[in-house]
Write a protein that binds this ligand. Sequence first.
Ligand SMILES: [Zn+2]
Length: 357
Amino acid sequence: MFSKLLQAVLGGFFALLATAAAAAPAEAITIGGNMVKPGTRSDFRLTVPAKGDEPETFIPMTVLHGNDKGPVLAAVAGVHGFEFASILAVDRLADRIDPADLTGTIIFVRIANIPSFEYRVPHFNPIDRKNLNRSFPGSKDGTSTQRIADILSREVVARADFLMDLHSGDAGEFLEPFVGVYGGPLAANFDQALKVAKGFGFANLVRYKMNTQKQVDTGRSLNRQGVAAGIPTVLVEIGENGSRKEEHAEAVATGVENALGILGIWDKPRKNVPPALRYFESSTAVRADHSGVFYSADPSRRYIFKGDFIGTIRDYTGKEVQLLYAPTDGYALYGKRGPSMRKGDPVMTIGNPIDGF
Ligand SMILES: [Zn+2]
C-alpha cells in the first residue's frame, strides 16, 4: 500500500519534472554581438573585417529562437556561392518558420560565401581564390576565406547541436541528389544523423566514415568542422550546373522541416518522403593529372563499372594528355561536365555501393 502510494507520488513528481523540462523557457542568445530574444526572429550580418588589400565582407544570418529551450540546428547555405538551390531553400525557410513554434533554435547562414555569390564565381571566393570548403577551422589572421571560416566555426558550428551543410551541383558539374552522413569512430550520433538524412527523401545516402584525425583535418570542409566539433552532421547536395529549380529548393526545405521534427525542435507533422534507393560507403574520386580541355564520355549520373571510359583531357595545343577510366565499380554521383579542367580537380566522384546501413 505504502509503496503504491510512494510510486504514485514519485510518478507524479517525475511527470511534473518532465513537463517542466519540456517547457523550460529559453534565454536570449548572442551571436557575434547580436542579441536574439526568445520567441523572435533576428536578421543580421556577421562582419568579416577588411585586412591588408582585402575588402570587408559579411555573412548574412537569420536566427529563429524559440520561447522554450531545446536543440540548436545550424543550417548553412552558400559555402559555394554559385550553388543556388540550397541558398533559395534557406531564403524561403527563414520566412515560413515561426520562431514561436520552436522548442530550440535555428541558426540559418543564408549565404556563407558572399563574395562567391555576388561575383558569381563558382567554387572559390574571388578575393583570395580559396575554396571555403577546404579552409576550416579558418584563422582570424588569415586571408578572406580563412577569416570567413573562422567566424563560421566560432559563431555557428560551436553553438550547434546539429549541423547541416547545404550544397548543390556547382557550375560545370553534374550531380545526383544525395545526403552525406558522418559516421565512424570520430563522428557523433550517427543514428540521429541518419534519421535526419532519411528525412530529406533523396534517392542516395552516403556514409562518410571518419576513422582517423587526418581524414577530419585534411582540407577540412564545413561538414568535417561539424565532425571535429563533436556534433552530428549531414551534407546535402541537390541540383546541378548552378541550377535553381523550384523542386530542388523545396526538397531541401522539406528535409530541413522534417529534421525539426526528428530533432524535437517542433512538433508539426512530418512530410512523407520516399525511402532511399541506394546506399554508399564513402566515395572514390578520379582526378585530373593535367590542366586542359576535357571531353567527357558521358557527363551524367549513372552506374559505372571498373574500366569504363570517363573522358579525355587535351592540352592547350590539342595533344591528348590523359585518358580517364573508372578505377572501380560504383555510381557516378557527381563530376565535371567539361570542357574546363584544372590539374588536381576531381573529374568524377564514384559512390561505393553497399546494401545499406
Ligand atoms: Zn558545394
